[in-house]
Design a protein around this ligand. Sequence first.
Ligand code: AMP
Ligand code: ZN
Length: 112
Amino acid sequence: MSNCIFCKIVNGELPSENVYQDEEIIAFKDIKPQASVHVLVIPKKHIDSADALEQEDAGLAGRLILTAAKIAGQFNLGNGYRIVTNIGEDGGQAVEHLHFHLLGGEKLKDSF
Ligand code: AMP
Ligand code: ZN
C-alpha cells in the first residue's frame, strides 16, 4: 500500500532500527517506546489488522507470534513480556498495517 508507513519501512523508503528480518516478517524498534523493550513485529505483506486476516494467513499469523517470542528471547525477557495487537479505532490502532507490539524489560502496567 503506497500510503502506508509500515509498507514504506518494508521497502526501505523510511528508516527503521531492525532487530529481525526474514522473507515474510520484519521487526523493528518502536519510534516512541512504551517500555524498555518495545519492538513491532509486522508482516512484509500489507494486511490492515488482525481483523483482516484470511484463512490463508493462518500460518503467517502464527509465525508472527512465534517471531515475537523468539525476539523476546534475544532481549532476555525471560521474566515475562506482553504481545499486543490493537484493532481499529476503538482498539487504539494508529497504523493500519498489522503489527504485534512486543513489550517488556520492566514490570508492565495493567493494559486496561
Ligand atoms: P498502534 O497504535 O497499535 O497502531 O501502534 C503504532 C505504533 O507504531 C506506535 O507505537 C508508534 O510509536 C509506532 N510507530 C509509528 N511510526 C513509526 C516508525 N516510523 N518507526 C517505528 N515505529 C513507529
Ligand atoms: Zn502497509
